[in-house]
Each structure stands twice: as structure tokens, then as C-alpha cells.
Design a protein around this ligand. Structure first.
Ligand code: CA
Length: 729
């Protein structure tokens, strides 16, 4: 049974009709609220709904609910689907939402603890031919509603049709492959759509380690010469780090206005399509790695009054990038920049402005008919940041302040402006509005904090003995420290780590283990070891043991592994005994080894080589080895593989310094024949290490513009590093 309640508007209509003797037509379809508690009641309510009606989902959990919301409202009387209390209706399990028809409004729902069984969580269509128009999704949350298989692609939101609005929503933690929000132009009915995407909170999107991690995409190359006329304004992009494109605009006449990009890796890219406008946006990189600004390609693009601060990105990920094009470009390559207007932007304390970027034998058409005026480029340290890669006579420069020694002061909006009144019209305008995070998303749903992963919680004291370590780790909360007293610890089972945990030793702390692995990092887990000794002496006499491994299955959560002040020894009960092994489709944000000793290991120390499909997928973003020693290691100290030719990632990054390697990589089972094997690594820095009686460093540069730095290393009884550039584009 549906409960129907007489609404205020119904009563008001009756009064108006009585008093004025008019308005009977307007009030003929009196609005009804229908509170529903089951999926069957919901279906009946959708069938019965008339313009002005509201369907209310009862508070509580709605599990495995594929919501199909169709109907024909009117501009003055839309049909609404909402929650009894906004935020208290949880859509969980195998669920999604499709809306189709006209003048529909959805609000107040929270999608979490599940994923869509289809390729979309919220679709503005029922089928290919039945789309939504003049409809709105507002104050809806999608929080980590991810397919558990990292590389099973889906989209959280797909907007079809015309004149739809997506506003004040909260989208956080998309960790599997696929764009967070896409505007689709694949039907005539979806082009020139006038959609509005505004006041949304795009929360942290972790590094995917592959293409397909865009937060927002409008169109695809196929329809990119069509106009989309989509407005993206006043959205907050908070640490949207999925891949090199935060936003990929692939259509014409879109507007990007008033958005704030906070510490987000990548750029707003005008990848395909013409006559787009980017204005009044603020990019705060705060010197975080790979934070970027705007990349310009194609015709008639206007970039004005944007403010960029502390952006570190380089090459296509720079603060401001104007690309070279391909003559007579195919639709999916690079159209020449023509008639671009770049004015009144401020680029402050940022590392790279790239002009005619990507110039090569294919991309040989430099920008033409373009204007670069009244921009402010300033670096407090006096460094110059403009790189010119081809003929830029097609860009007219005027009234810019480039690298001048001027004084800046903070204005009321927190942004920096020149003090000199003569420069009042240079750079971003005074009064540029800086979007507050709190002005985006629903006010009732909390936004995530900025806490560190490790060492934020309680400390648990543990005594030596059998499985005391197991019990302590199992009892630890995320961020806790397990503090081991001096003595011997025996571990009879693999310890599953599904929260960030630190295991710290005081004095002589020695751990032995009886299973094929000591620790397994599972989804949600991270592990820090500090001041302990791990020995393989009690490990089974079988090949392929590992001290630490990831889950054997795909992991959504990126993890960290940190090893400090520790000793790892005698992983040699049988062959191919690794210190750390990963499974396919797992990803580390960082792996760090500092001030530690590894000796007598028959396998590899870090085996990060499980993505062999050459799809541009890899296993770890930052791998750092500092001030450590490696002695008698059968396979590689680090084996890192990133295959494929796709250019959508910034990593992997490899840093090794101040370390000594003796007798490593010489086991006959070491297929890499290397001490350090780096394939497809984007940033390599190996300096001030000593290598003795070991296999060589082998580096294969493959994709993008890899940066390889080697300096101050000593090689005794070890061949010089071998760098293979034959696979470079
Ligand atoms: Ca991409």
C-alpha cells in the first residue's frame, strides 16, 4: 500500500481556486507524496506518478535495487524521487539507477557498499532510444561503489539526452577502471545538450596505474566535432589522481568555469573539439608531484582569468600546455591549435609552461592565429619555466609579465596579485572567486580528511612468543602501531593486513614464520616495518615463498609498504624465495626501503613484474630504496615492469641512492639477468650506490619521455648499466 498524504500545495490550490475562481486547470493534477518501503511499492509508485508527485524511499538499506525511474513531469511540476531523510537511504549491493523521460528529479540517495551489475551506476537513460531530458540528479552520493575487479571497467555517471543537470553530488573513491562521470554524445538527441554539471564534490580518486582513470569526460573522439554545450562550473576536484587527464573535453563549446582543482595530478585537457571556454578556475597544486593545469589543442579555445599555483607537472602535464598538431589530423590524433586566446592567467611558482608541446615528425603543425596576452608568469625563486618546442611565430605575445622581478601580495581571496598598480590588468583579475569545498556536494555527507596513512592511532605493546604478533595485528585498528618488545617471535599463520598497520621493534626483535608468507597485504591494507629482523629459517622447504605478498587477487585499494631500520635474512630454505611479491591487478602508491639490510635471499627483493599483458598497467607508482645494503641476492633487487605504449600514466618512478649491492642477480633462475631491471619506468634516479660482483642494471625505455638519471655509482666486477632505447617512440 502506498501512503498518500495531502500536500501543502494541494491545500493551497484549493484555497486559490475558491478565492479567485480560477486556476482549476493548474491544480487539476494535485501533487502527491508516496512513501514506499519495498521495491514492488516503488514500481507501483513510478507507474502512478503524475507531474508534481514525489516518490519517497523509506529510510534504511535498499539492497540489490536496480532503480528504474521513468515519467513525464513538467517544468513547473517535475516528478521527484527522494529519500525520507536525505542521507539515510542507503542503496547497497548490486544496484544502480536509470532515469528516462522528462522533468525528473532525484535527490538524497547514498550509493555505497556495493557496485553496479551493469556498466553504469547512474545513467540518464533507460535504453539507447529512451533518454532523460530536463532532468536533475542532486545531492546524491556515490562512495567507493566499485566493482571489486580493478580492471572491470564501469562508469559511475553517464549523462545522455539534453538539458540535464547534475549538481551538489558527492563522488568519492572510484578505484576501478572507467571514467567517474561521462557526458555521452553518441546519439543526435544527446548533442548540443546544454547540460549543467555544477557544485559537485569530486573526492579523491586514487592513482589507477593505467589509462581509464579520468574524473570527467565530455564526448569521445568519434563525435568530437559536434558541440556539446555542456557547462562545468563551481565543482571541487579534490586529489583527483586517477591518470594524466582530470578532465578530458572531447567535444565543442563546453564551458569550464569557477572550478577548483586541489592537489590533483593531471590536467584539464581540451583533447578534441573546438570553441571551448576555460575561465575563472583555480588550480592549487601546492607542489604535489604531477599537479598540472590546462592543455590546449584544436581551434578557437579561450583560456582566461585562471589562477595556477604550485603546479609541478611537466611535458603534457604542465601548468599551461599549448600543443603542436598533426597536419590533416585524423579525428583521434591532434588537431592544430588555431585561433586560441590565452589571456589574464596567473601562473605562479609552477615548473613548466610548454609551447608547441609534443613537436615531432608527426605533430609538426605549430599553433597559428593565436594570442597570448596579459598573462602573469612568476616564480619566487627566479626560475624560468617556459619551454618552446617549435616555431611559435603563430602566437602573438603582448602585455605579459613573464619572469619579472615584481612584488606580489595576498588579496582577500587568498590569491597572489602584483602590488604594482601598473600591473592591475595583468594576470588573473582581482576578485576571482575561490570555490569553498563546503559549497560543493550535499551538506549532510562528510568529506574526507587529509590524515596520513601510518602512525595515527594507538600503540599496542606485544611480548615475544608464538603468534603474539598475529593477535596484535588482528586487534589493531587502522593507523595503529604494534610495538614488539625484545625477543623472538614465531608466526604459525600468514598475517592478513587489511588496514594500515605499523610493526615496530625495540631492541633485538626477531621474527620467524612457518607458512609460505609472513604478511599478506589485503584490500585496504598497508604495512610499515620499523626496527625488526625477519628470518626465513622456519619457512617451509618449498620453492616460491615470500616474506610479504599482496592479496593473490585484484585489489581496489592502493597500498603502501615501508621498511625502515630492519634486517631481512636467510630467505633461502629453497629457491625463488622473494622478500616481496605482488599479484596482477594490485597497486602500491609507494614502496620504500630505508636504512635496511637484506642478505641471503634466493629470490628477488622487490618483484613488481606481474602486469605482462602490455596494456600500460603496472604494479607500483613510487619505488624508493635509500641507504640500504643487499648481499647475496639470487634474483633482482628490484624488477619493475610497465609494458604497453599508452601514455596515460606518470609512473612508475624509481629512486635508489646511498646503497650497496654485493653478489646480486646471479642466480641461474634470474630471467631478467639484472640486479635492477626497469622496463617502461618513467622516472629513474639511481645515484651514489655501489655494485660489486653483481649482474648489471638493465633499463628499457619504452613509452612517453622517460627521464633516466644515473650518477655517482661505482661498479666493481659488475658490467656498466645497459640502457635500451630501441623501444622508445
Ligand atoms: Ca585517458
Amino acid at each position: 500500500m502506498l501512503r498518500k498524504t495531502r500536500s501543502f500545495s494541494q491545500i493551497a490550490c484549493a484555497l486559490i481556486a475558491l478565492i479567485a475562481l480560477i486556476g482549476l486547470n493548474a491544480c487539476a493534477a494535485a501533487a502527491t507524496d508516496m512513501l514506499v518501503s519495498t521495491q514492488a511499492e516503488f514500481k507501483d509508485a513510478v507507474k502512478a506518478a503524475k507531474p508534481g508527485d514525489t516518490i519517497v524511499l523509506a529510510n534504511g538499506e535498499w539492497r540489490d535495487f536496480e532503480i528504474l525511474f521513468t515519467g513525464e513531469g513538467t517544468e513547473d511540476a517535475p516528478i521527484t524521487l527522494t529519500a525520507e531523510t536525505k542521507g539515510d537511504v542507503l542503496i547497497t549491493g548490486q544496484s544502480n539507477l536509470r532515469l528516462a523521460g522528462k522533468h525528473l528529479v532525484v535527490s538524497g540517495l547514498v550509493f555505497r557498499d556495493g557496485h553496479s551489475p551493469t556498466n553504469t551506476v547512474i545513467a540518464f537513460r533507460r535504453t539507447k532510444g529512451d533518454l532523460a531530458y530536463h532532468s536533475r540528479v542532486t545531492e546524491v552520493v556515490i562512495d567507493q561503489f566499485n566493482n571489486p575487479e580493478r580492471f572491470e571497467t564501469d562508469f559511475w555517471v553517464m549523462i545522455y539526452g539534453k538539458h540535464n543537470r547534475f549538481d551538489h553530488n558527492h563522488l568519492e573513491g572510484k578505484s576501478n577502471q572507467g571514467v567517474t562521470l561521462a557526458v555521452k554524445l553518441d546519439a543526435e538527441e544527446s548533442r548540443e545538450n546544454h547540460h549543467r554539471i555544477d557544485h559537485n564534490y569530486f573526492g579523491p580518486r586514487p592513482i589507477l596505474g593505467s589509462n581509464g582513470g579520468e574524473t570527467l569526460r565530455i564526448g569521445t573522439s568519434h563525435y568530437s566535432l559536434s558541440d556539446s554545450l555542456t557547462t562545468v562550473e563551481n565543482n571541487y576536484f579534490d586529489r583527483c589522481n586517477g591518470e594524466v587527464e582530470i578532465i578530458s573535453s572531447k567535444s565543442g563549446r563546453n564551458v569550464f568555469r569557477g572550478n577548483l582543482f586541489f592537489e590533483s595530478r593531471g590536467t584539464l585537457t581540451l583533447r578534441h573539439g573546438n570553441n571551448n571556454l576555460i575561465e575563472n578556475n583555480v588550480f592549487l597544486g601546492n607542489r604535489v608531484d604531477h599537479t598540472g593545469g590546462i592543455r590546449v589543442i584544436n581551434k578557437g579555445q579561450v583560456v582566461r582569468n585562471n589562477y595556477m599555483y604550485g603546479l609541478t607537472g611537466h611535458r603534457f602535464g604542465g601548468a599551461l600546455v599549448i600543443m603542436n598538431g598533426v597536419p590533416n589530423s585524423p579525428i583521434n590524433r591532434y588537431h592544430q591549435v588555431d585561433n586560441a586566446l590565452i589571456e589574464n592567467n596567473s601562473v605562479i611558482d609552477s615548473d613548466h609552461i610548454e609551447l608547441a608541446a609534443g613537436a615531432d615528425s608527426e605533430r609538426s603543425a605549430p599553433p597559428i592565429n593565436s594570442v597570448f596576452r596579459a598573462n602573469l608568469v612568476y616564480n619566487a625563486d627566479g626560475s624560468k619555466n617556459v619551454a618552446v618546442h617549435d616555431d611559435i611565430s603563430g602566437i602573438a605575445f603582448s602585455d605579459n609579465s613573464m619572469h619579472e622581478d615584481i612584488e606580489l601580495a595576498k588579496a582577500d581571496n587568498g590569491l597572489l596579485y602584483p602590488v604594482d598598480p601598473e600591473l592591475a590588468d595583468t594576470g588573473a583579475k582581482k576578485g576571482l572567486k575561490v570555490l569553498e569545498r563546503s559549497a560543493t556536494g550535499p551538506s549532510w555527507y562528510p568529506k574526507p580528511g587529509y590524515a596520513d596513512r601510518f602512525d595515527t592511532g594507538a600503540t599496542h605493546a606485544v611480548s615475544p612468543g608464538l603468534d603474539t604478533l598475529v593477535k596484535a595485528v588482528n586487534a589493531a585498528e587502522g593507523g595503529d602501531i604494534v610495538d614488539l618488545a625484545e625477543g623472538d617471535y614465531l608466526v604459525s599463520r600468514t598475517i592478513r593486513v587489511d588496514r594500515p598497520v605499523t610493526v615496530r621493534g625495540k631492541g633485538e626483535v626477531r621474527i620467524e614464520f612457518e607458512r609460505t608468507a609472513l604478511f599478506e597485504i589485503a584490500d585496504g591494507g598497508s604495512l610499515k616495518l620499523d626496527g625488526i629482523t625477519i628470518s626465513g629459517n622456519s619457512a617451509p622447504d618449498s620453492a616460491g615463498n615470500t616474506a610479504i605478498r599482496t592479496s593473490r587477487y585484484s585489489m581496489l585499494g592502493n597500498y603502501a609498504l615501508v621498511v625502515e631500520n630492519s634486517v631481512v635474512e636467510d630467505l633461502d630454505t629453497n629457491h625463488s624465495f622473494n622478500f616481496f611479491s605482488v599479484a596482477k591487478h594490485t597497486f602500491a602508491d609507494r614502496i620504500e626501503i630505508r636504512d635496511s639490510v637484506f642478505r641471503n635471499i634466493t629470490g628477488a627483493v622487490l618483484a613488481l613484474n606481474r602486469e605482462l599483458d602490455d596494456l600500460g598497467i603496472y604494479n607500483a607508482e613510487y619505488i624508493t630504496i635509500v641507504d640500504s645494503q643487499f648481499e647475496n641476492i639470487g634474483k633482482a633487487v628490484a624488477d619493475i615492469y610497465r609494458g604497453g605504449t599508452d601514455e596515460s600514466t606518470f609512473g612508475p618512478h624509481f629512486l635508489m641512492s646511498g646503497s650497496a649491492v654485493v653478489a646480486a642477480g646471479k642466480d641461474k633462475r634470474n630471467k631478467s639477468r639484472a640486479t635492477i631491471r626497469l622496463h617502461g619506468v618513467q622516472a629513474t634516479d639511481i645515484h651514489d650506490n655501489e655494485f660489486a660482483e653483481s649482474s648489471p642494471i638493465r633499463i628499457a625505455e619504452t613509452v612517453g619521455e622517460p627521464v633516466t638519471k644515473l650518477s655517482g655509482n661505482r661498479f666493481d666486477g659488475t658490467a656498466e648499466p645497459m640502457i635500451d632505447t630501441s623501444l622508445r617512440p
